[in-house]
Design a protein around this ligand. Structure first.
Ligand code: ADE
Length: 237
């Protein structure tokens, strides 16, 4: 991954994200993070970017001509051709659920384009003609795609070499193939005892093979424990 472009009405919303240590590490390691404001490129008067939905109903819809102008200004090509060249991802509540396999897949892409919606979302023609994917961070509706874009970027950026400081941190973590897709094992640190709550003896034993075995077993058990609560990500109501 060398570049992520985020298209948004609120580029300033990403200031906090951009300041995080792992993101700064990734940027120092060569990742470019760019933000494009739809409003800076709108062909409409008074910075208009959205409009009322045809057929009536509440809220406002991000206009296809506005998103087209922003993509065209940034990439210098008709955005209809973009999805054949790169992943262009609309953040939408009804999209493909972001999970570890999708994060891995996206982390393997050379570049990503993320489109944040606002209000009632996107004119459907944006998704149909300019996007390769639509991705959801869960079956609930946020006020906009910015938080979802940050979640996606965070998960992808963590995979970059050097982002976490310790190379092994992202290898053996929850849902990774090193743990066969199971959640991570529990962690403990000092004090070894607090209010009578003791850290499992095996972790204090210094016996690395036994510790490894215990962690694998705990990870497997946590996977079993959490699966009945896992809900199927079906379509939005
Ligand atoms: N935009 C609004 N809600 C969203 C969600 N749950 N996931 C991705 N993008 C969104």
């Amino acid at each position: 991954m060398t570049r992520i472009d985020v298209f948004t009405l609120f580029p300033d919303a990403f200031a906090w994200f951009q300041a995080q240590r792992h993101v700064r590490n990734a940027v120092a390691g060569g990742l470019e993070l760019g933000y494009v404001s739809y409003r800076d490129h709108t062909p409409l008067n008074a910075g208009q970017v959205d409009d009322t939905p045809f057929g009536g109903g509440a809220g406002m819809v991000l206009r296809v001509d506005v998103v087209e102008a922003a993509l065209h200004a940034h990439y210098g090509v008709d955005p209809v051709g973009l999805p054949a060249q790169r992943r262009v991802i609309a953040l939408t509540p009804g999209g493909r659920i972001l999970d570890e396999p999708l994060v891995q897949e996206l982390a393997g892409e050379p570049e990503l384009t993320l489109l944040c919606g606002r209000y009632e979302g996107f004119d459907e023609r944006i998704i149909e003609h300019f996007c390769s994917d639509s991705v959801s961070i869960g079956r609930y509706v946020l006020a906009g795609g910015e938080l979802a874009a940050m979640v996606l970027c965070d998960a992808v950026v963590r995979k970059m070499p050097g982002a976490l400081g310790h190379e092994e941190s992202a290898v053996e973590e929850s849902f990774s193939s090193a743990l066969e897709g199971a959640p991570e094992y529990p962690h403990y640190t000092r004090p070894a005892e607090h209010r009578g709550w003791r850290v499992p003896d095996v972790l204090l034993s210094g016996h690395h093979a036994r510790i490894r075995e215990w962690r694998r077993e705990q990870s497997r058990l946590m996977g079993e424990r959490s699966s009945p609560r896992r809900v199927d990500s079906g379509p939005l109501p």
